[in-house]
Design a protein around this ligand. Structure first.
Ligand SMILES: Nc1ncnc2c1ncn2[C@@H]1O[C@H](COP(=O)(O)OP(=O)(O)OP(=O)(O)O)[C@@H](O)[C@H]1O
Ligand code: SF4
Ligand SMILES: [Mg+2]
Length: 314
């Protein structure tokens, strides 16, 4: 049984039913780290937010199920799972931290909400675990007194406070500079190992994802276009979009201009009965604009493409 299983998730705009996330299915095993990668607007955040029913105003789930340890997440068990078994870290810690409340108090509130009472030793230990210097001083400070990197550490401390089985991290390092980003990645990896937690790591940066996870999900225009282990994705990418992403990464490593896929992705709801990547694809066939390619499984790797790369090209 998978730790988490998302099946046929479709998300739409509430007002006019435009598809934003289209039939997304994936699973995460106990202790496994999974990454979702894709350009801005590809549906990464909406897919992640759907897991804990945290979709923003203006969008809603049209269909699909989310199961945690074999049980569907529904209104009855949502509060217990949220924070306790699955927790989330967002890109901007200020959206989750209360600017008017001292950090120590915010941590205690989480403990109290889960009937663990006010526990200052545990609060300080949580801050120490993410290597915050002078944890007592930190506990007595307000979020604005800290840098972005330190606030993100506080958020990670809070997210890991109740030793969740799954940590969902939605671009938690994007706003940080490279050195701080590295420290946060190391920290999350260390904490993951210490707690044997699973991770769902979301990023537009394939390089970051590759460092953090075992399995990569590539999203494009609201759909999953390829899934594979990091080794499979890098050594044997099958979908032309994945190949493009790897190309961008290699160019960036060599300090060249980053964009290697010309054009922009279409809005998911405009893609009907064809491949959403057809306009940008160098391998397009007549079939690609007449039919939607479904995700086909080949061993542990899956891809949705009528004319995939045959492998080993990178
Ligand atoms: N509250 C909302 N109302 C209407 N449309 C939305 C809303 N939130 C997101 N969308 C749209 O849904 C699509 C997917 O958004 P999502 O935030 O999941 O993308 P993303 O892959 O996380 O992008 P980014 O890398 O920019 O965070 C986008 O086209 C976006 O404009
Ligand atoms: S299905 Fe066709 S257009 Fe789409 S990625 Fe594959 S080859 Fe390119
Ligand atoms: Mg996002």
């Amino acid at each position: 049984m998978s730790l988490l299983r998302v099946s046929n998730l479709t998300v739409e705009t509430s007002l006019d039913g435009k598809t934003l996330v289209d039939d997304v299915s994936f699973s995460i095993e106990k202790g496994e780290s999974v990454g979702i990668v894709g350009e801005s607007g590809s549906g990464k955040s909406l897919s992640a937010l759907s897991i804990l029913s945290l979709l923003p105003n203006g969008v809603r789930k049209r269909s699909g199920t989310v199961e945690f340890q074999g049980q569907e997440i529904a209104a009855e068990n949502l509060q217990n799972i949220r924070g306790n078994r699955i927790s989330m870290v967002y890109q901007d810690p200020m959206t989750s931290l209360n600017p008017m409340m001292k950090i120590g108090r915010q941590i205690e509130e989480v403990l109290e909400a889960h009937d663990l009472g006010k526990d200052s030793a545990r609060t300080l230990a949580a801050l120490e675990s993410v290597r915050i210097p002078e944890p007592e001083k930190c506990a007595n400070s307000y979020p604005h007194e800290f840098s972005g990197g330190m606030r993100q550490r506080v958020m990670i401390a809070i997210a890991l406070l109740l030793k969740p089985d799954l940590l969902i991290a939605d671009e938690p390092t994007t706003a940080l500079d490279v050195t701080i980003q590295r420290q946060i990645l190391n920290l999350v990896n260390e904490q993951k190992r210490a707690n044997n937690a699973s991770i769902l790591w979301i990023s537009h940066d394939l390089g970051v994802v590759a460092e953090m996870v075992d399995k990569v999900i590539v999203m494009y225009a609201g759909r999953i276009v390829e899934v594979g282990t990091v080794a499979e994705i890098f050594e044997n990418p099958r979908h032309p979009y994945t190949v493009g992403l790897i190309g961008s990464l290699i160019k960036r490593k060599h300090q060249q201009k980053m964009i290697s896929i010309p054009g922009t992705p279409p809005k998911p709801w405009t893609v009907t009965g064809q491949c959403g990547f057809a306009d940008r694809c160098s391998r397009v066939l007549p079939n690609c604009t007449q039919q939607k390619p479904e995700l086909v499984e080949l061993g542990r790797q899956s891809f949705a493409c009528f004319n995939p790369f045959e492998g080993g090209l990178i």
